[in-house]
Design a protein around this ligand. Sequence first.
Ligand code: F6P
Length: 553
Amino acid sequence: MNAPATKPPVGALRCDRTEAWAALRGHYEAHGRDFDLREAFARDPGRFDSLAVEAPEVFADLSKNHLDTATLHFLLDLARECGVEARRAAMFAGSPINSTEDRAVLHSALRAPRGAAPFSDEVHRTLDALLAYAETVRDTATSGIRDVVNIGIGGSDLGPQMVVPALDACAHPGLRFHFVSNVDGHDIAPVLRGLNPAQTLFIVASKTFTTQETIANAQAARAWFIARGGSDVAKHFVAATTNVQAAAEFGIVTTFGFWDWVGGRYSLWSAIGLPIAIAIGADHFRALLAGAHAMDRHFATAPLAKNLPLLLGLLDVWYRNFHGHASRSVAPYHQGLRRLPAYLQQLEMESNGKRVDASGAALPYATSPVVWGEPGTNAQHAYFQMLHQGTDVIPVEFILVRRATYGALVADRALQDQLDRQHRMLLANGLAQAQALMVGKSAEAARAEQVPTASRSIDPATLASHRTFPGNRPSTTLLLDELSPRSLGALIALYEHRVFTSGAVWHINSFDQWGVELGKALSARLLPQLEAGAAASADLDPSTAGLLRRLRP
Ligand code: F6P
């Protein structure tokens, strides 16, 4: 073990006790509240260039945000006063910054080159073994495997479930991937229905190997496997876990381990990434890690004013605590990224959905916004109406990918041309939405338009008010050249460090998740009462008791 001995940073101020916080409050009252994007662009034709940030694999246009030079200046001061840089150094060095569990936070070590980060020997030994195993599965002529079923939940599901379809263009063409997470049997049943035990590999993915849903689904899969004549559990079930002993007790022989300093929602880079490694192979998996590492280096070393994860985290604070925006919408304009919003919900809301500071004192300010979204253009035909004309202002994040990659899917030239055209349509839509949010449409412009579908009996002024867009609604656009293992690695690490930044400013522990415990404990108490025969406990509240009675079989 080559664990470092660096101490956590001391003396950092909580954000609301800094001078920068007060300065931001004053600046918001004087200028921020009435900030107008259209006027800002009119005043400063260089705004796009000055608010463009280049990070590895990701270009960011921050110019459509409610930011001016003074806001940025105070936000950077805020980061300094809150000790973000020292906390960042402590994280990379392996200090136990997850204070309530006394654990280091070292997902960055999982993607660092050999010798470049703590625990390098263990990390690379495990990685090599994982990738070598993945290659044996990918050799389908020998392995006989056609279907890979990942059984896991939360961080042991959402990362691989998001990355595998995102990298479909470089995925093994002879393998199908399935993700089972919910304890609801409606999740696993349809998956099992289409499988042949002799051609199926089950990966039981659980950091703790005690998670109720995962263990129940693993038991269901094993029972199905045996009932269908499956003869070699040891060959067809493998585990990714820190609890190697529990996996062995389940009957699993092949286990890939990881460590308590890898948080569940930060674990796709570890053995939890096994489905990804099987899908895309060793070289691409290493490229995914390399992209994330490049973003780690950017976060660790880029000057604060050009440090993209840091700037995005500070922007989140600005919108949450000064503008009062309670949510942020993410719109990836790439169907492969359809699970990114769900992935980000866990990453951001489980990390920063906290109500006490590091010392346990209740916070007088808001923390994690609600993060939500769907891929474009689908989202445009669902909830974008509300983003444009609703009463709440919701900052939107557009993710656009310059080049499409359909992989071997598209061999036909005519089809390729058609899909390339559709890709340009996709990009035009993404750009247009960001533009529409910002420029809006005045009542005069609405009134001047001919609208064949409008009622003829409505008076023009009333119609125009329905067709007016206020505009001035903020958005960020992130551009990737291509959705590749490397760029996706960088994009995910960008989000991780952004969450780290806002969490550090808010002075919370972004790396525990005690909020999920109470429900788990109560469900364990309710289960026997739900099962036939057990009496409802006397201390049950009347609502839960009433529902329990109605739900009994
Ligand atoms: O929901 C709580 C949680 O602990 C998540 O943080 C985690 O990702 C998930 O459950 C799954 O946990 P495990 O990998 O231990 O099964």
